[in-house]
Design a protein around this ligand. Sequence first.
Ligand code: NAD
Ligand code: GLY
Length: 362
Amino acid sequence: MQTLTVGLSERSYPIHIGSGLLANAELLVAHLPTKRAAIVSNTTVAPLYLKRLQDTLQAIGVESVPIILPDGEVYKTADTLNLIYDALLIHRCERSTPLIALGGGVIGDMTGYAAATYLRGVPFIQIPTTLLSQVDSSVGGKTGINHPLGKNMIGAFYQPRVVLADISTLNTLSDKELSAGLAEVIKYGLIRDLPFLEWLEQNMDKLLARDTDALQYAVTRSCQNKAEVVALDERESGERALLNLGHTFGHAIESGMGYGVWLHGEGVAAGTVMAADLSQRMGWISEQDVARIRTLFQRAGLPVAGPALGIEIYLHLMGMDKKVEGGKMRFVLLKTIGHAVICADVPEDLLRQTLKACIKYD
Ligand code: NAD
Ligand code: GLY
């Protein structure tokens, strides 16, 4: 097992990464001050891992209230959030009752937002079970739900007390979901960690084969990168925005197609290729660099072109991005591979050229 720390002064917390951690009560005991906890999961993950977690909690004398939600990005809504509040109230959960998220990023984001808002804030624990949630969404305290007009538009920054990434849970993940997680892993290499990108190029086949050592390394290195960025800029006033490489295009794809049709990681993959293409048109990276990026996503089993939504629809949806400032779109682009920057001055004709080149059948 490896343990990292997200350094946020009195709100610092550990990330434990290893195989079989769901059965390790010691890692949780310090964060469970009460004899009761609520576990939020979904209809896919609960049958696989809820009992194991409940047994672990029981061994340290903690009774758990399961709250099982429908599965899917399409349920990351205010209505589903209300189901959490309903259950917490019905079971008379108190301000000291921790909320444990057991699942992927959808469960983690919604549970975190419920924890931030129920009784104005209760303790929150993240137990991510997808690659994407282990390398990204469980770390850093971004929580929230989607709005029909935009992805993750309603939310709060609310840090967990501990993150437990049990990489053995990745064995039950579908190949498609594993690939989606790899999109966010590749992102760290592209924005700030060239040696990691080179490692990924050398080890992609091992990751796809779910080699335990390779997964442990990729999750740990990704979390190291994320923890460093979050410690520098928790509220995204600067560097943290770089973690959104490919997301301006990707979120437009996700909401334009209807939530859940394209996986988040798939949108990020195609969106990152678009961001790379735009970076090349800005005169920063070379065509060979763009091809190198495209090849890595392809090898990871990810899409490298956007769906045919139409250029005007893309432009409209990208205008809803959280990075828009004073009505102006801001993009995360690559100065070089391994070094991302925020750019507010993208000429519209270059953006249109990128969309034209990177959208399928448009
Ligand atoms: P997800 O939560 O929908 O999980 C993907 C699928 O895998 C679901 O069907 C889920 O039930 C299933 N699943 C989960 N664990 C499993 C396991 N161990 N075995 C078998 N099936 C399992 O999707 P995700 O990719 O984990 O997360 C995507 C979400 O995360 C998006 O809503 C995105 O906006 C959000 N996100 C948030 C942040 C953040 O910083 N908060 C960062 C990135 C993404
Ligand atoms: N996934 C982007 C962030 O946490 O800032």
